[in-house]
Design a protein. Structure first.
Lengths: 125, 169
């Protein structure tokens, strides 16, 4: 669904849109939407790479399927997936927890892991 | 057998790396309806071959498709968490609903969420090493799968995987 949005656009971007419109033989509004979408795609892929969006959420926001999102990230050379820091921080024992532990995670542990989460974000930024 | 819930990331990457079939033999692989919709149904246009191959695995009951699950525990921890999509949320609900052993994913945001809530997960490299250790994959097959994983995972994670595979030689 498309919605009209009142927007002030800098003149240089309008000139770029006009250039693209002439080059691609589309109208100026379509050219502007394409430029906006290209920027949105890069931004979304960066958020995916930084762990601020999941693959499924990125696909929803870009109106693509997850296969296409992974392909576009690869085409732009944007690395996605778990980081080595995350990988080493949690360790292989993570699959050996009892179901009872999962149902009600103790508050202390949650705080500890939340701190780990912040550290991981700080390292990545 | 150990129950593992797959999200779109885990499903697509294991398929692309060529060890999804071996994974279904080692673990009970559960596919949430939400993941089925986004990674199989939505992929029929543009990724028809992949969608068909996954559909065949579902038809052969190697991948077990499960209807959208409800879980109060999952709803509580998912509340206000906007970085996850319908697929990951569905996978978390199914995890609690089925009392599964782990979630299979390599998604950075999802791994952050799972680590924060102490939910067990398996990454692709761990899964690959487990399959190799369980003799589901020969050393050569594991190396080939690692090579196919290369463009789908981070370079340092790939190098770590290769080093760990080398130790198992």
């Amino acid at each position: 669904m498309k919605k009209p949005v009142p927007l002030r656009i800098p003149e240089n971007l309008l000139s770029l849109a006009a250039l693209k419109a002439r080059r691609d033989r589309v109208d100026k509004a379509t050219a502007l939407r394409q430029i906006l979408y290209a920027g949105a795609e890069v931004y979304t892929l960066q958020l995916l790479s930084h762990g601020e969006l999941s693959l499924s959420r990125a696909a929803e926001l870009l109106d693509l399927n997850p296969w296409e999102v992974l392909e576009r990230a690869a085409a732009r050379g944007i690395e996605v997936g778990e980081t080595l820091t995350q990988h080493r921080a949690v360790g292989p024992s993570r699959v050996a927890e009892r179901p009872s532990e999962r149902e009600s995670p103790p508050e202390r542990r949650t705080r500890v892991t939340r701190r780990n989460h912040r550290q991981e974000k700080k390292r990545s930024s | 057998m150990y129950k593992v819930v797959l999200d779109a990331d885990g499903l697509i990457k294991t398929y692309k790396a060529g060890f999804l079939l071996q994974l279904t033999k080692e673990y009970v692989c559960l596919l949430p309806e939400e993941v089925y919709q986004e990674a199989v149904v939505a992929a029929r246009i543009g990724h028809a071959d992949e969608a068909r191959a996954l559909q065949d695995l579902i038809a052969a009951e190697q991948l077990l498709r499960r209807p959208a699950a409800r879980s109060r525990v999952a709803d509580r921890i998912l509340r206000g968490w906007h970085s996850l999509g319908r697929g990951e949320s569905g996978a978390v609900r199914l995890f609690f609903r089925e009392g599964a052993g782990a979630l299979l994913t390599d998604d950075r945001a999802f791994v952050n969420f799972l680590g924060l809530h102490r939910i067990p997960f398996l990454t692709l490299s761990e899964a690959l090493l487990n399959l190799h250790a369980a003799n589901r994959l020969s050393h050569q097959e594991a190396e080939r799968a690692a090579e196919q994983l290369r463009p789908l995972i981070r370079r340092d994670v790939y190098e770590d995987l290769r080093a760990r595979l080398e130790k198992l030689r």
